[in-house]
Design a protein around this ligand. Structure first.
Ligand SMILES: NC(=O)C1=CN([C@@H]2O[C@H](COP(=O)(O)OP(=O)(O)OC[C@H]3O[C@@H](n4cnc5c(N)ncnc54)[C@H](OP(=O)(O)O)[C@@H]3O)[C@@H](O)[C@H]2O)C=CC1
Ligand SMILES: Cc1cn([C@H]2C[C@H](O)[C@@H](COP(=O)(O)OP(=O)(O)O[C@H]3O[C@@H](C)C(=O)[C@@H](O)[C@H]3O)O2)c(=O)[nH]c1=O
Ligand SMILES: [Mg+2]
Length: 282
């Protein structure tokens, strides 16, 4: 199975390259703000399956950069999916818990009503819609709170802040499911194989267990890393940021278990691996 990946340096793209022989296209070769380049690449490829692991992921910056976030997260994935459909190549795309508004106290199922509350979430939702409308064989994997030893993520931010601060204020009223990038990559590779073997695809939720809050995620990070930091829980209203974030973004992951036999990973085990890789092993 020849796999072509858009994205090279990102968290998920890095893990895909570690786990499989893939051709990964970085920004130097393919700038996602130019959808026509992506179409040209797909016109020329001999790949059996395409995975789009690149996106505009800076949630706060997106609020003031809607045009570029729209190109990268909405327009380009649609063009990729349309071109893949023309060539009958299965297309896998990654989306986010931030397509939901975070209301209520249930876990979000794939068919639940979407209602993003920030620009990033809106651009990712448009991307999903474009991929579905393209009409080809595709899978959309919605995940959440991704972390790894690479790039920017909450775990690395907490560790960095703990170098200089002894007390950290972290929001306690937003709950969700941290997900190791390595597990997302493994899941995408399984799904890619299934799609190549005739699975019809669709939209699936995949995130770690158990659900937690950002505050408790920070506490577990420091406990595992052996760092002495006081973490104070604060309400979202006390944390000033450009973008609003959903309060309850827990994804229900039963569909992917039923259809693919893929179980939610325990993110605390993934965290141990990431901390080991970062040199924090206890
Ligand atoms: N991070 C998270 O918490 C979550 C992420 N997701 C989704 O998962 C997917 C993977 O995310 P993740 O691995 O965390 O992403 P990262 O933020 O780690 O990496 C983003 C990737 O996109 C690339 N990229 C951004 N802009 C461009 C551009 N104009 N041209 C070419 N490449 C570009 C980056 O390249 P470069 O290094 O050159 O900037 C980088 O490789 C995305 O679809 C994201 O929306 C879903 C839920 C949670
Ligand atoms: C740094 C910091 C953050 N926070 C809060 C802000 C926010 O509510 C939460 C997490 O911060 P982040 O900046 O990592 O959050 P954010 O970038 O919004 O993370 C999201 O990224 C996108 C790409 C997704 O798709 C989502 O699933 C989710 O992972 O922690 C604190 O309360 N204290 C702090 O010191
Ligand atoms: Mg972020």
């Amino acid at each position: 199975m020849k796999i072509l990946v858009f994205g090279k340096t990102g968290q998920v793209a890095t893990e895909l390259q570690r786990q499989a022989k893939v051709v990964a296209l970085g920004r130097d070769l393919v700038d996602l703000t130019d959808p026509s380049i992506c179409a040209a690449v797909l016109d020329a490829t001999d790949a059996d399956v395409i995975i789009n692991a690149a996106a505009y992921t800076a949630v706060d910056h997106a609020e003031s950069q809607e045009a570029v976030a729209t190109l990268i997260n909405s327009t380009t994935p649609r063009i990729m999916a349309e071109t893949a459909a023309i060539h009958k190549i299965p297309f896998l795309h990654i989306s986010t818990d931030y397509v939901f508004d975070g209301s209520g106290d249930g876990q979000w199922r794939e068919e639940d009503p979407v209602n993003p509350i920030n620009v990033y979430g809106r651009t990712k939702l448009r991307g999903e819609e474009g991929v579905r409308a393209a009409g080809g064989v595709h899978a959309i994997l919605r995940t959440s709170w991704v972390f790894s030893a690479h790039r920017n993520n909450f775990v690395k931010t907490m560790l960095r802040l703990s170098e200089t601060e002894s007390v950290l204020n972290v929001v306690e009223d937003q709950i969700g499911k941290p997900t190791p990038a390595a597990d997302i990559a493994a899941t995408l590779l399984k799904m890619a194989e299934a799609l190549c073997d005739g699975h019809p695809g669709g939209t699936y939720h995949y995130a770690g267990k158990p659900w937690t809050s950002w505050k408790a995620f920070a506490c577990e990070t420091f406990a595992q890393a052996g760092r002495q930091v006081e973490v104070k829980g604060i309400p979202s209203s006390s944390y000033l940021s450009a973008a609003r974030r959903p309060l309850n973004s827990r994804l229900d992951c039963s569909r992917i278990a039923a259809d693919f036999g893929i179980r939610a990973p325990d993110w605390r085990a993934g965290l141990r691996d990431v901390l080991t890789e970062l040199g924090y092993a206890k």
